[in-house]
Design a protein around this ligand. Structure first.
Ligand SMILES: [Fe+2]
Length: 167
């Protein structure tokens, strides 16, 4: 890696890997969630994620020196591994939902950090079209994070207290 552009492209490959890993994880999270609202949130974000991957492919079409694949985002791998603890849990379903939210929150905030970085790099490198596409995705990630927070604060976390009481 020699230039800021190299770093930018590497960051994009990292995000591409993160998003494609999520395409596998989100259906499992939707399946495991007990609350219908949480199931819907994961299913809707899965559809958004498919669009995000397409946006990244469009960006890579404009950078012919590198391919989208070939890099593994280790951070997302770790976050998903943590999320799998919730998927494998056989505890009270209220706690599983809270656990899924905890994992998904981390994922969204990681993605927000990654997209904010990529947008700043795209702007410095005068890649305006890239920046616009990345901003579209960033706003989806922010909305997904806000929705998770709403679900958590709106009852999915407090239901965990009840689950503990009946044990
Ligand atoms: Fe995403």
């Amino acid at each position: 890696m020699n230039t800021l552009r190299d770093l930018y492209l590497e960051q994009l490959q990292d995000i591409y890997s993160a998003e494609t890993q999520l395409l596998d994880a989100l259906p499992k999270m939707a399946w495991k969630a007990r609350s219908q609202d949480l199931k819907n949130a994961f299913s809707e974000h899965l559809e958004e994620t498919k669009g995000q991957v397409e946006r990244l492919k469009t960006i890579f079409d404009g950078h012919t020196t590198v391919k989208a694949g070939g890099h593994v985002c280790q951070a997302m791998k770790g976050l998903i591994k943590e999320g799998e603890e919730a998927l494998e849990s056989s505890g009270p379903s209220e706690l599983i939902d809270a656990h899924l939210i905890a994992a998904a929150f981390r994922v969204e905030h990681y993605e927000i950090a990654a997209y904010e970085t990529a947008i700043s790099l795209a702007e410095v490198l005068n890649e305006k079209q890239d920046a616009d596409l990345l901003k579209e995705t960033l706003s989806q990630e922010s909305e997904a994070s806000s929705l998770l927070k709403k679900l958590a604060d709106g009852g999915l976390f407090s239901e965990g207290i009840h689950a503990q009481a009946v044990q």
